[in-house]
Design a protein around this ligand. Structure first.
Ligand SMILES: Cc1cn([C@H]2C[C@H](O)[C@@H](COP(=O)(O)OP(=O)(O)O[C@H]3O[C@H](C)C(=O)[C@H](O)[C@H]3O)O2)c(=O)[nH]c1=O
Length: 191
């Protein structure tokens, strides 16, 4: 398993080994012991799976507020996505910085998105399926979003916004300047 810190060091690109043979391949897509051996100790409690039928479907930028903040381990089972994590911990040195990483079913890359981050992805193929583990249960009350095209954050999604497919909920999300940050006081040392 390869683990590569990204420009925001707490965000990790993880590439599990694949064992190929004449039938295809096998991979341990998640192993608590292999993660712990890399200092990544997360007690995941829920698996999520979404299918996005259309190319350029964008789900995000989402978070769950404390005490339901989630660490996410994201991977693609079919298709490709541009996966984005935005640091919204006000005391973090990388506050409002973002990273964008292409995750593909073909290579099996995974992105570890810590608590205190917004998360979103843009599909780069039709019928893209995204699987991800989270270490806190879903809470509709704690669920929140910021506009994917927020100018303060400035994520470069690489496509014309006119071509992006988003939910009504995401279209109605606030911009950062209108947002009440539930991670006030967070620096990144939170458990
Ligand atoms: C996230 C979630 C949703 N739901 C229900 C709530 C709605 O009835 C329906 C669709 O939810 P939503 O539109 O929030 O789904 P996404 O737009 O894919 O949201 C997710 O997409 C981004 C990329 C994320 O990182 C989050 O995990 C999550 O916010 O599933 C549940 O029952 N459990 C859940 O854990």
């Amino acid at each position: 398993m390869q683990v590569e810190a990204q420009a925001i060091p707490e965000v990790k690109l993880i590439i599990p080994a694949r064992f190929g043979d004449s039938r295809g391949w096998f991979s341990e897509t998640w192993s608590a012991s292999r993660m712990a051996a890399n200092g990544l100790n997360h007690d995941f409690v829920q698996d999520n799976h979404s299918l996005s039928a259309q190319i350029y479907t964008l789900r995000g930028l989402h978070y769950q507020a404390p005490p339901f903040a989630q660490t996410k381990l994201v991977r693609v089972a079919s298709g490709r996505v541009l996966d984005v994590a935005v640091d919204v911990r006000p005391k973090s040195e990388t506050f409002l910085k973002w990273v964008a990483v292409e995750l593909t079913a073909a290579a099996g890359e995974q992105l570890l998105v810590p608590k205190g981050f917004l998360h979103g992805f843009l599909t780069l193929e039709p019928r893209t399926e995204v699987l991800y583990k989270v270490d806190a249960p879903y809470s509709g009350e704690a669920d929140g979003a910021i506009r994917f095209d927020d100018p303060t954050i400035g994520v470069d999604w690489g496509v014309d916004p006119a071509n992006i497919v988003i939910s009504e909920k995401d279209a109605a999300a606030p911009y950062f300047t209108d947002w009440s940050n539930p991670f006030e006081g967070w620096s990144g040392d939170e458990p």
